[in-house]
Ligand binder design. Sequence first.
Ligand SMILES: *[C@@H]1O[C@H](CO)[C@@H](O)[C@H](O)[C@H]1NC(C)=O
Ligand SMILES: *[C@@H]1O[C@H](CO)[C@@H](O)[C@H](O)[C@H]1NC(C)=O
Ligand SMILES: *[C@@H]1O[C@H](CO)[C@@H](O)[C@H](O)[C@H]1NC(C)=O
Length: 152
Amino acid sequence: MGDGFPRFCWIVLSWILIVSIHQVQLSEPQAAAAGCDYFQGNWVFDKTYPLYNTTDCPFIEKEFDCQANGRPDQLYLKYRWKPTDCMLPRFNAKDLLRKLKGKKMMFIGDSLSLNQWQSLTCMLHAFLPQSNYTVHREGNLSTFYLPVSCQI
Ligand SMILES: *[C@@H]1O[C@H](CO)[C@@H](O)[C@H](O)[C@H]1NC(C)=O
Ligand SMILES: *[C@@H]1O[C@H](CO)[C@@H](O)[C@H](O)[C@H]1NC(C)=O
Ligand SMILES: *[C@@H]1O[C@H](CO)[C@@H](O)[C@H](O)[C@H]1NC(C)=O
């Protein structure tokens, strides 16, 4: 990875499926420091959504590509989560990549987490479609590398 690309940073997003995770009782969600409970809210229509198109995401798993599987409507793609007491910042790939520079992020969970992991990688790919990403899957562990120019 390093040779010839000394100015490149690597972002690693990994996914592990742990079958029994759904049996783990998570503690009560903590209220956000600012007093906003992210878990209280609604799905609101946003005409600027979706944040990526699955036809442009070459590594999305077939099971998660509702459009390719023949779902006829698209309205469901245009909703975002709005907590009652605050605004969530809009997804900003550049910001996220800057914050993750040189770091790894791991998703551990059930198929819902797999869905979220796939969405995140597709959103990042939509921002850097030319990036020479790699996806590697071995058993229940998938690893996604996204080389990012340090200039972003
Ligand atoms: C995704 O792109 C395809 C091909 O350009 C297009 O037909 C489809 O409507 C797009 N989907 C969305 C949700 O914009
Ligand atoms: C993309 O990465 C692969 C594997 O690391 C490498 O063989 C290939 O030369 C790279 N291509 C470009 C255009 O950087
Ligand atoms: C992956 O998960 C499945 C259950 O979803 C399990 O049966 C299988 O043994 C796991 N494979 C590995 C390599 O951990």
